[in-house]
Design a binder for this molecule. Structure first.
Ligand SMILES: NC(=O)c1ccc[n+]([C@@H]2O[C@H](COP(=O)([O-])OP(=O)(O)OC[C@H]3O[C@@H](n4cnc5c(N)ncnc54)[C@H](OP(=O)(O)O)[C@@H]3O)[C@@H](O)[C@H]2O)c1
Length: 348
C-alpha cells in the first residue's frame, strides 16, 4: 500500500482528495493536516465521510510527513506551498502540488502574476501535470505542478489543433464559467449565498492569473506564442466548469476533419470524451468525475471553430487530476480510484 498524506485536507480541493483517495484500492491515507481543525476528526468536519475516514486532522509536521507518508498532496494556497514543498522533496517524497507555485517554467511570468518565487531551483524539476499531454514526463517526475482548473478546461480542447494549421493561433478567445467551489472554502462576500445565488457575472476580465498559465503551456506546445483573451465567470452552482473557445479558421476545413483531429489526438485517453453527433458538453455529465467532455461546432459562415469543454473543477480541475498524476508517477493504472460515474449531489 502506498501511504498518502494530504496537506490542507479540510479545504475544498483537499477534502475532494480525501474523498477520492479513500476509495483508491492501492493507497492508504495516513496523514491529514489542517491548522483550524488540528485534533478534530476529519469526519466531524465532513460528516459525509463518517465511517469511511477515521483519521484525526493534525498540524503539519515535516517529521511526521517524512516518517508516515510516501506521497504528499499539497492542497494549499500559492506561496504557502513553495514554503513546504522543498523540504518534502529533500525528504525523498513524491509531491503533487495543487497550487500555482510549480506550474510555470518561466519564473518571471509567475512573479509578474503572483509573487517572488522562493523555490526557483525546483521549477526545472517540476512537471506540469496535464496528464493527457505530459504523460511520459509525469512517469519520471517526483514533483508535479497540478494544473489550474481554467487552464485544464482551455488547454485540453485546444491542444489537438496547435500544430494542424486549422485555427489561427492569434485569434483565440476563451469564455469560462465556474461553480463557486472554485474559490475555495473560506467565506467571502463574492461567494456569499445572497451574492452568488441567481447571479451570473464576469470577473477578472483579461487579467485572471490562469491566463498566463494557459498561454505558457499552449505556446510551448505550439512552438510559437499563443495569446488568449480569457473571460472567467462565476455561476451559481457548487461545482462544475464550462468553457467555450472561439478561434478563427486559418484554412478551409470540415466537421469530419475537426472530429478526426480531436479523436486521434486523444485516442486511448480514458478521461477525454468527445461528444458524438453534434451533441455538446454539460457540466452535469461530468459532475464528481475526472472526465473532460469536449464538443465542437464549426461556424462556417463566420469562419470560426467553437470548442466547448466541461469538467468538474474539483475533480479533473484539481483533486482527480492530482490523483491521476500520482497514479502515473507510481506506475499504476491512471484510472485507479477515479472510476466513479457522474453524480448529482452536493460538494462531497
Ligand atoms: N477549488 C478549486 O476548484 C481548485 C481547483 C484547482 C486548484 N485549486 C488550488 O488548490 C489549492 C487549495 O484550494 P481550495 O479551493 O481547496 O482552497 P481552500 O478551500 O481555501 O483550502 C485551503 C486549505 O489550505 C489550508 N491553509 C490555508 N492557508 C494556509 C497556510 N498559510 N498554511 C498552511 N495551510 C493553510 C487551509 O486549512 P487550515 O487553515 O485549516 O490549515 C485550507 O484547508 C489552491 O492553491 C487552489 O488554487 C483549487
Amino acid at each position: 500500500m502506498i501511504r498518502v498524506g494530504v496537506i490542507g485536507a479540510t479545504g475544498y480541493a483537499g477534502a475532494e482528495l480525501v474523498r477520492i483517495l479513500s476509495g483508491h484500492q492501492e493507497v492508504e491515507l495516513t496523514v491529514l493536516t489542517s491548522r483550524q481543525y488540528a485534533g478534530v476528526k476529519f469526519d466531524r468536519v465532513y460528516p459525509a465521510m463518517a465511517g469511511i475516514v477515521t483519521l484525526i486532522c493534525e498540524e503539519f509536521s515535516l517529521n511526521i510527513m517524512c516518517e508516515r507518508v510516501d506521497v504528499v498532496f499539497t492542497a494549499l494556497p500559492h506561496k504557502t506551498s513553495m514554503e513546504l514543498v522543498p523540504e518534502l522533496i529533500k525528504c525523498g517524497k513524491k509531491v503533487v502540488d495543487l497550487s500555482a507555485d510549480f506550474r510555470f517554467k518561466d519564473v518571471s511570468r509567475y512573479e509578474t502574476f503572483y509573487q517572488q518565487h522562493t523555490a526557483k531551483d525546483l521549477l526545472e524539476k517540476a512537471v506540469y501535470g496535464l496528464c493527457e499531454i505530459y504523460f511520459d514526463r509525469i512517469q519520471n517526475a517526483s514533483l508535479i505542478g497540478n494544473p489550474g482548473c481554467y487552464p485544464t478546461s482551455v488547454i485540453l480542447p485546444l491542444a489537438p489543433f496547435l500544430k494542424q494549421n486549422i485555427i489561427d493561433l492569434n485569434t483565440i478567445i476563451a469564455d469560462s464559467k465556474s461553480g463557486v467551489s472554485g474559490a475555495g472554502r473560506s467565506p467571502s462576500l463574492t461567494t456569499h449565498f445572497c451574492e452568488a445565488n441567481e447571479s451570473l457575472k464576469a470577473y477578472k476580465v483579461a487579467e485572471h492569473r490562469h491566463n498566463p498559465e494557459m498561454e505558457e503551456v499552449l505556446s510551448l506546445e505550439a512552438g510559437s506564442p499563443v495569446n488568449i483573451t480569457f473571460v472567467p465567470h462565476l455561476i451559481p452552482m457548487t461545482r462544475g466548469m464550462l468553457t467555450t473557445i472561439y478561434a478563427g479558421l486559418a484554412r478551409k476545413t470540415d466537421p469530419e476533419e475537426i472530429e478526426d483531429c480531436i479523436a486521434s489526438f486523444y485516442s486511448g485517453r480514458p478521461f477525454i470524451r468527445i461528444c458524438p453527433d453534434n451533441t455538446l458538453p454539460d457540466t452535469l455529465h461530468v459532475r464528481g468525475t475526472n472526465y473532460c467532455d469536449i464538443g465542437f461546432k464549426l461556424d462556417v459562415r463566420n469562419k470560426r471553430l467553437i470548442l466547448i469543454s466541461a469538467i468538474d473543477n474539483l475533480v479533473k480541475g484539481a483533486a482527480g487530476q492530482a490523483v491521476q498524476n500520482m497514479n502515473i508517477m507510481l506506475g499504476m493504472d491512471e484510472t485507479s480510484g477515479l472510476n466513479n460515474i457522474p453524480k448529482k449531489e452536493r460538494i462531497i
